[in-house]
Design a protein around this ligand. Structure first.
Ligand SMILES: C[S@@+](CC[C@H](N)C(=O)[O-])C[C@H]1O[C@@H](n2cnc3c(N)ncnc32)[C@H](O)[C@@H]1O
Length: 252
């Protein structure tokens, strides 16, 4: 069971598009929102994204001397925390396909004095430009949803992970409480695009956000995709009623 189709189309939110078009349109979304990305995250989630990220950090097992890859790292929230944990003898690579997001991330981390052990790399999660067995921990937070070939991205992460290392996928997922689902749908499709328009001057990108969440594989499907990518001990933990799930897998 994979997320892929046999033809050259895929989904961009609720639309069927050519795969190359999705890559371009995802790029356009993040070029457009980069400057307001952190502010919108706080406003949209009422700050709860910080808690989801804190739980991810706590469960990462990252410690002094580790080498960590934060792919689709964007504005660097996870990288910033990992940088402190790994210390001067460790290394964190913040990788992202989008140079606007990377620039906002690099500027933010520099402002906060977090750079000594951080490298910034422009890279596509589907074809990571790192040697096999390089990282102790790899995170992808709110990124996998935007990747065209998710199976290729998971395989690429498994390849560059060290044996015994951990992949962590933090992503929007599926709620199973009908009342919460109803409220969440109303919020996503009626309020979010207006917030996007008022604050980031871009309703469309936030409509894409809501649609892309609905199109993303559910918890069990993503778990199977991770297993098929060669990871073991794959499991997930729901947060905020399944609005978000943290999947983890280990490289055997
Ligand atoms: C919603 S942001 C998440 C940023 C950050 N991880 C966080 O949690 O705040 C999604 C990021 O995924 C990046 N992205 C999308 N497709 C990608 C790909 N194929 N490879 C690497 N990064 C990608 C985007 O450029 C964007 O920075």
């Amino acid at each position: 069971m994979t997320d892929q189709r046999n033809d050259d189309t895929t989904h961009f939110g609720f639309e069927d598009v050519k795969k190359e078009e999705k890559v371009q349109r995802v790029a356009d979304v993040f070029h457009s929102v980069a400057g307001k990305y952190d502010l919108m995250n706080d406003l949209m989630s009422g700050g709860v994204h910080r808690l989801w990220k804190r739980i991810t950090i706590e469960q990462s097992g990252v410690r002094t001397g580790h080498t960590v890859l934060d792919i689709a790292g964007g504005t660097g929230d996870l990288t910033m925390r990992f940088s402190r944990l790994v210390g001067p003898s460790g290394k964190v690579v913040l990788a992202d396909i989008n140079d606007s997001m990377l620039k906002v991330g690099r500027d933010k981390l520099m402002d906060k004095g977090v750079t000594g052990n951080v490298e910034f790399v422009q890279a596509n999660a589907e074809a990571l430009p790192f040697p096999d067995n390089s990282f102790d921990v790899i995170t992808i937070a709110f990124g996998l949803r935007n990747v065209t070939d998710k199976d290729a991205a998971l395989r690429s992460m498994a390849r560059v992970l060290k044996p015994g290392g951990k992949v962590m996928v933090l992503e929007f997922s599926k709620t199973d409480n009908p009342l919460l689902t109803k409220a969440y749908d109303f919020y996503s499709f009626n309020i979010l695009p207006h917030m996007g328009s008022a604050i980031a001057g871009d309703a469309e990108s936030y409509r894409y956000l809501a649609e892309s969440i609905r199109m993303h594989p559910d918890q069990e499907t993503l778990k199977r995709m991770m297993q098929e990518a060669g990871l073991t001990n794959c499991k997930f933990q729901n947060m905020t009623g399944g609005i978000v799930a943290l999947h983890t897998g280990i490289k055997p």
